[in-house]
Design a protein around this ligand. Structure first.
Ligand SMILES: Cc1ncc(COP(=O)(O)O)c(C=O)c1O
Length: 370
C-alpha cells in the first residue's frame, strides 16, 4: 500500500509508472452488472437486505455451484458479505476464541494474520516453499498442529503465488483437520481465474468446511464490496446473529448488480478477460525468467507471479523501492506476505495491459543491467 501510494504520488508529478503491484483486475465491472446496479438504484433499492443477503442472490450463488462444479448447496448455507474481507472477519469471529491458533501459509495473504489477531487468536504461520507448491500440505499441518490450534486456512489459487491445491491435496488436508476436530477454511477468491488447469471447489469434498469467495476478482467488482461464504448448516444461525451485529448486511445495490454476474452474457465477457490474463501470464513468466528471476512452480491461477530475485539482490524491499524511484516500475516486495525469506521475493501482478507489461520488462531489463 505504501508503494502504491508512492507510485501514485510519482504519477501525479508526471512520471510514467508501470503498475505491477495492483491486486485487482484492470478491467472495469462488466456492463451487464453495471446496468443491473443502475437499475437497482433507479428502482430505489437502497434499503437494508436481510443480514445473510438477498434470498435470490443466495439462490443464484448456490445454482452457480451446481452449474459450474456439479455440487448441490442449500442456498441457506450461503452468506452474502461485504467482500471476502467481510466473510473472513465474520468467520474468525465465529470460530476463533482468544488464544486459539490458526495455521496459515507463509507467504500468504497478509490480512489473514491480522484477522486472527483481531479476535485475539494466534496466527500460526508455516513456511511453505516450492516442494509443496507454496501451499500448506496435510503433512505440514499434521507436524505443526498444536494444542491450541483450532483452524487451518488455505487459499487456492493463492495470493501471492498463484498456485493451486489439487482436489487430492485438499482432501488430504481436510482429513487431517477433521482428525483434529478443527475447522478448515478455504479461500477461493481467485476461483475462475485459472489458466490451463481444471477448476474445482472444496465444497465437492464435504459440507463440513468453510468456503470463502468474492465478486471482487473474477467478476471484476472490487469496489462494490461484495463476497460470500458457504458454511456448514449448524453454524448459519450464529453467523447470522454476528453479521447482524458487525455489518447488518452487504451493500444492497451491489447485491442487485451481482444478480447479473452469472448471466451468459457476463460470463462470456469474463471468460474473454480470463483469456487475456492467461496471455499476460504466458508472456510475463518467461520474460522474467529470462531476466534471472526464478519462478519455480508454475502458477495456474490468480494474476500474480511470485519470483525469487536473489540473483539480483538480497533485499527485495530495497530493490522494489529503487526500481520504482529509478525506473518507474511498481512491484510488491516479499515482506508484505510474511516472514519466510521475504527479502528474496517480489510479487509481480499482471493486472495491466500487455503493452505496459512489455514496457515494464524493458525497464526492469535496463535496471538489472545496472
Ligand atoms: C486471498 C485473498 N483473500 C481475500 C481478499 C479480500 O478481497 P475482497 O474483500 O475484495 O473480496 C483478497 C484481496 O486481495 C485476497 O487476495
Amino acid at each position: 500500500m505504501e508503494l502504491l501510494a508512492r507510485a501514485r504520488e510519482l504519477e501525479a508529478q508526471g512520471r510514467s509508472i508501470v503498475h505491477m503491484e495492483v491486486g485487482e483486475p484492470d478491467f472495469t465491472t462488466p456492463e451487464p452488472i453495471i446496468e443491473a446496479g443502475r437499475q437497482a438504484l433507479a428502482d430505489g433499492r437502497t434499503h437494508y437486505t436481510p443480514a445473510m443477503g438477498l434470498p435470490v442472490l443466495r439462490q443464484a450463488i448456490a445454482r452457480h455451484y451446481q452449474q459450474r462444479y456439479g455440487v448441490d448447496i442449500d442456498p441457506g448455507r450461503v452468506v452474502v458479505t461485504p467482500g471476502a474481507s467481510g466473510a473472513l472477519q465474520l468467520l474468525m469471529s465465529v470460530l476463533i476464541n482468544p488464544g486459539d491458533g490458526v495455521l496459515l501459509a507463509d507467504p500468504g495473504y497478509p490480512c489473514n494474520r491480522n484477522f486472527v489477531h483481531l479476535v485475539g487468536g494466534e496466527p500460526q504461520s508455516l513456511e511453505v516453499g516450492a516442494d509443496t507448491g507454496y501451499q500448506l500440505s496435510a503433512a505440514l499441518i499434521e507436524q505443526n498442529w498444536q494444542d491450541n490450534t483450532r483452524a487451518v486456512m488455505v487459499a487456492s489459487p493463492s495470493n501471492p503465488t498463484g498456485t493451486m491445491l489439487s482436489r487430492e491435496e485438499l482432501l488430504d488436508i481436510y482429513q487431517v483437520v477433521q482428525q483434529h476436530a478443527g475447522f478448515l477454511i478455504v479461500d477461493e477468491i481467485y476461483q475462475g481465474l485459472i489458466y490451463g488447469a481444471e477448476g474445482h471447489t472444496a465444497l465437492e469434498i464435504d459440507d463440513d468446511l468453510f468456503v470463502i469467495n468474492s465478486f471482487s476478482k473474477y467478476y471484476g467488482m472490487t469496489g462494490w464490496r461484495l463476497g460470500w461464504l458457504v458454511a456448514p448448516s449448524d453454524k448459519i444461525d450464529l453467523i447470522d446473529r454476528l453479521a447482524q451485529n458487525i455489518f447488518l448486511a452487504a451493500p444492497t445495490p451491489a447485491q442487485h448488480a451481482a444478480l447479473a454476474a452469472f448471466s451468459d452474457q457476463t460470463i462470456e465477457i469474463l471468460e474473454q478477460r480470463r483469456e487475456i490474463f492467461r496471455q499476460r501470464r504466458d508472456y510475463l513468466k518467461p520474460a522474467l525468467e529470462d531476466l534471472g528471476f526464478r519462478i519455480s512452480v508454475k502458477p495456474h491461477g490468480a494474476f500474480y507471479l511470485y519470483a525469487d530475485c536473489s540473483q539480483h539482490t538480497n533485499d527485495s524491499a530495497a530493490f522494489a523501492h529503487d526500481l520504482l524511484e529509478q525506473m518507474g516500475v511498481a512491484v510488491t516486495p516479499g515482506m508484505d506476505f510474511g516472514e519466510n525469506a521475504p527479502e528474496r521475493y517480489l510479487r509481480f501482478a499482471y493486472t495491466t495491459d500487455m503493452q505496459q507489461l512489455q514496457e515494464g520488462v524493458r525497464r526492469i531489463r535496463q535496471f538489472v543491467a545496472g
